[in-house]
Design a binder for this molecule. Structure first.
Ligand code: PLP
Length: 467
């Protein structure tokens, strides 16, 4: 029985090679399949192998730091399942996220409830399920926890005070200033609560490695304060902020070098302190490619204001004569995903995106790219240069895995894109060794891409598919 490539069961297509085919070839191939069916839906391609490679690099570069993936960054079930299988811990921000990871059999000991301002009933839920590790940064939170979960193991989230370039500031909302830590720790002591760790978050998308070394130093100062007060301190949480895309202004490796040095200095191995982190974008940003269809197009004169913009090439050609001699038309493209969908990252994550097209024309035009909803705010790119494209053609966007699908809505009835999952078998073997070795017997040494992507048999998300 033949099934469409993107099945509700989120099957993973595994290629019998060390790497999956180039993502551009896969995008082309999927487009061909959709067009053959008469479909023009937007879609994601997720390279599960990219996530596995990220984990290998993390273990190599930060061997002392256990990653607790920040679920909020991308809640896709296949992502979560992959990370569960890789043995990660999880940073959950709510009851829903705790339930999502526990559904995959994650033990409560592998979860940190890392939201310093929690809904009371959610804390009760955490207590009921034994998720006892949680952060706090204010007095009201301590009183709440005392009331519903006094046995919880508490991690004080401090505010890193060093000014650094960062894409998303978090310090305006969370973190106890180190100067106020003593007062807060005294309150915890008065309530007889179990403070056992310090955490921080340098900001999401940090652009300077020193953010980590400075924060570790500050954590050490507060740690010593807590030790002096008699708390039994055992856990340091260095938060998130690790870059996950090639276009990031700083590399993961640069941060790892600086962070390792700081950890070795302030929390040497001999101290026996457990160190965890809450990476989000690092694991998922580069694994996802989004492809959208151009559903509509409008051509306007570039030097006209919006009020007197006119359409070039209206059916009777009448408007054409309005173009000034040295004017160049500007094209407005409307895609079937936008700011209310996967491109919400433009607003919430301050992301920058770059459209890629299958058109190697030497001529490019001033263009703007818009989402599909009726809101003028739904603009993906105010201005860029693109070759002239037509309705029905496609644009794709690389590195779209972080803070995209998870916060997208279906405003205006626009559906969220489906996702096609792929993986190189050599990497898949690391996740499911027995499955692969058994199925490999029937795999071919090389695979035709169209055949691989177009002929998926009926499968569940547990099953491995080789062509
Ligand atoms: N931990 C907490 C508490 C966060 O708020 C966030 C992001 O907002 C993260 C971890 C993940 O950050 P990043 O995706 O930059 O690694």
């Amino acid at each position: 029985m033949k099934h469409h490539l993107i099945s509700a069961a989120a099957a993973v297509t595994v290629f019998p090679d060390t790497t999956v085919p180039d993502v551009v070839d896969m995008v082309k191939c999927k487009i061909a399949e959709l067009e053959a069916e008469g479909s023009d839906d937007a879609f994601f391609i997720c390279d599960v192998g990219d996530i596995i490679k990220k984990d290998i690099k993390w273990r190599e570069m930060l061997p002392r730091v256990s990653p607790f993936y920040a679920v909020k960054c991308n809640t896709d079930e296949t992502v979560i399942k992959t990370l569960v299988t890789l043995g990660l811990g999880f940073d959950c921000a709510s009851k829903g996220e705790i339930a999502q990871v526990m559904k995959h059999g994650v033990s409560p000991s592998r979860i940190i409830y890392a939201n310093p301002c929690k809904q009371k009933s959610f804390v009760k839920y955490a207590a009921k399920h034994g998720v006892d590790l949680m952060t706090f940064d204010n007095e009201a939170e301590l009183i709440k926890i005392k009331d519903v979960y006094p046995e919880a193991r508490l991690v004080l989230r401090i505010l890193p005070t060093t000014q650094v370039q960062v894409r998303c500031q978090l310090g305006n909302k969370f973190g106890c200033h180190p100067d106020n830590a003593l007062k807060l720790l005294m309150k915890a002591q008065e309530l007889n609560l179990n403070v056992m760790g310090i955490s921080f978050h340098v900001g999401s998308g940090v652009e300077e490695a020193k953010a980590f070394s400075c924060a570790v130093h500050q954590a050490r100062d507060v740690w010593d304060l807590a030790l002096d007060m008699g708390f039994n301190m055992t856990l340091l949480d260095v938060g998130g902020g690790f870059p996950g895309q090639k276009s990031a202004p700083i590399t993961f490796e640069e941060i790892a070098i600086v962070l390792n040095d700081a950890l070795d200095y302030y929390f040497p191995k001999s101290s026996g302190v457990e160190i965890i982190a809450e990476p989000g974008r690092y694991y998922v940003a580069s694994a996802f490619t989004l492809t959208c269809n151009i559903i509509a197009k409008r051509t306007v004169a570039r030097d006209k204001s919006e009020d007197d913009a006119f359409i070039v090439g209206s059916p009777d050609g009448h408007n054409k004569q309005n173009l000034s001699l040295n004017d160049e038309p500007s094209h407005m493209y409307y895609l079937n995903d936008g700011v209310y969908g996967s491109f919400n990252s433009l607003m919430y994550d301050h992301a920058k995106v770059e459209p890629c097209v299958f058109n190697d024309s030497l001529y490019s035009f001033t263009s703007s790219v818009w989402g599909p909803t009726c809101d003028g705010l739904d603009c993906i790119m105010q201005e860029c240069r693109l070759p002239e494209m037509e309705v029905g053609q496609w644009m794709y966007f690389l590195e779209m895995g972080a803070y995209t699908l998870c916060a997208g809505s279906t405003f205006n009835g626009i559906p969220r894109p489906n996702c096609l999952y792929v993986c190189a078998s050599q990497l898949w073997t690391m996740l499911y060794p027995e499955e692969v070795s058994e199925k490999r017997r029937c795999s071919k040494p090389s695979v035709d891409l169209q055949e691989a992507l177009g002929t998926i048999s009926c499968c569940t998300d547990q099953e491995l598919l080789l062509c």
